[in-house]
Design a protein around this ligand. Structure first.
Ligand code: HEC
Length: 138
């Protein structure tokens, strides 16, 4: 009898613990990233990330092909490099480059993402975006 009461209580606590954990650690996935990509990147990089969006022809620099990031990096998705390029450098907003910077305003909602073995607080939208970019590698 005693054992069963403890196990009932135990499983109740475990469930509460798991729910709390899942909520805290819910990570953005590629679906979230796909939506952000459609809203912010397709105009230049194109629907499939090939660098052929509707604005591409009018730009002084051709947008990169984002589906070959891994291939151009020896087969490994260059997550840290892609993230820092997309995020930009808020201290150097005058930096001469064609692509806008997506850092700044998103620095509020951070999730931990592992880059080169180090957990790094990363804007949630960009973590989802990286998952999406990695999924479209050819
Ligand atoms: C106004 C057009 C434009 C928009 C919008 C844009 N990009 Fe770019 N992007 C470029 C251009 C042009 C380059 C080539 C380098 C440069 O001149 O900035 C580039 C380069 C990149 C690179 C570096 C690729 C490499 O080969 O290392 C990444 C990663 C990237 N873009 C991702 C994105 C993502 C993700 C978004 C949406 C959040 C986005 N870009 C929105 C124009 C754009």
């Amino acid at each position: 009898m005693r054992t069963s009461i403890w196990s009932i209580m135990g499983s109740g606590l475990l469930t509460v613990g798991l729910v709390a954990c899942t909520e805290e650690l819910s990570m953005p996935d590629r679906t979230e990233g796909a939506a952000f990509f459609a809203d912010n990147c397709v105009s230049c990089h194109g629907v499939r990330g090939h660098g052929d969006g509707p604005l591409a022809a009018g730009l002084p620099t051709t947008p990169s092909n984002l589906a070959t990031l891994s291939r151009r990096n020896g087969g490994t998705f260059p997550d840290a490099r892609a993230l820092s390029y997309i995020y930009g450098d808020p201290m150097q907003a005058h930096l001469a480059r064609v692509m806008p910077q997506f850092g700044g305003a998103m620095a509020e909602d951070l999730v931990p993402v592992e880059f080169d073995g180090i957990m790094t607080p990363t804007p949630r939208v960009l973590a989802g975006l990286l998952a999406y970019l990695e999924s479209i590698q050819e």
